[in-house]
Design a protein around this ligand. Sequence first.
Ligand code: PMP
Length: 373
Amino acid sequence: MIRKGKQKKMEKRVYNFAAGPAVLPLSVLEQAQRDLVCLPGCGMSIMEMSHRSAPFTEVIESTEANLRKLLSIPDNYRVLFLQGGAQLQFAMAPMNILRGTGKTADYVLTGTWGKKAMGQAKTQGPVRVAWDGGDENYSRIPKADELDLNPEAAYVHVTSNETIQGVQFPTELEAGNVPLLCDSSSDLLWKPVDIQKYGILYACAQKNVGPAGVTIVIIRDDLVEMSADDLPVMLNYKKLSDAKSLLNTPPCFAIYMVKLVTEWLLNEVGGLDKMHELNQKKAQLLYDVIDSSGGFYLGHAKPECRSLMNVPFRMQTDELDKQFMDGAAEQNLVTLKGHRSVGGFRASIYNAMPLEGVQLLADFMQDFQKKHG
Ligand code: PMP
């Protein structure tokens, strides 16, 4: 954090509200630190061993098993660990299941990331806008009767949580027989979801699931089979899946970290129902402060689709912003600046953000209002 032109030295961990890469569970970081130089029983670091070695095979297999357990992923879905981030999936999904089908793809636009996803899909085939919340500055999700869905579409794409606007689908969109594709980058593992409602669910890891470098793709068998043979192998779901994500060297360390995060969810948190309860509690603390502030704090999203992961808010004027930031930093509450397209502040309160960090922020917001309101 840069303050008054000088780097303030951080001696202890802060509460980091960054949108991503984002906070990881402390116990996970500590375990990674303990085992970094020598993975127990292996005599070397996870970063130094072959991706075809027995210990790494155990890592990638148990990471998949943990994800399957947490999300109750059915047997007719594959779990892939890929690279290129969520933005590669914006292009790769249509490359595999839209290109050459003669069909169009529907896009439900609830924020910045959905728009970007559609932009990349256009490079692979024709797209249609099934709904666009742009006129309302992406502050809500559509009602079912507002959607203009094409029953013949190759797929319909949604962004389950728009990280910038803080707009989240509370439940899955009903896509009928059309495969539902979902960018779940900023909320994967926030609660149990019904995987059977999805054709493809994908997410970069660096928000809720682990460090940057690995992208998780959960894909139904029949869609895997659609990949054309002439695709480059590294962009071909079928070939990647047949090789169990080991067509080339995968991001071994990032996958190992996902293993630790999923173990934390299973063993320390106690599963996704528990995680969801905690996420609701955390988000409620902030939304209560916003709602009871008499307009001192203004939220962005409409209440019925407010994100439990990213809470953007601003004050009526920009004048107090710097004082808010500086005051928050004094309390070790950092990286709260909002995205430039929405302004103000954004508190990202992913799974690993502890309740006490959110409570401290809520208390700080109330104190700040008392002083400046
Ligand atoms: N989708 C969403 C919802 C995101 O929040 C982000 C990252 N902020 C991305 C996609 C892009 O992810 P990546 O940087 O891994 O391509």
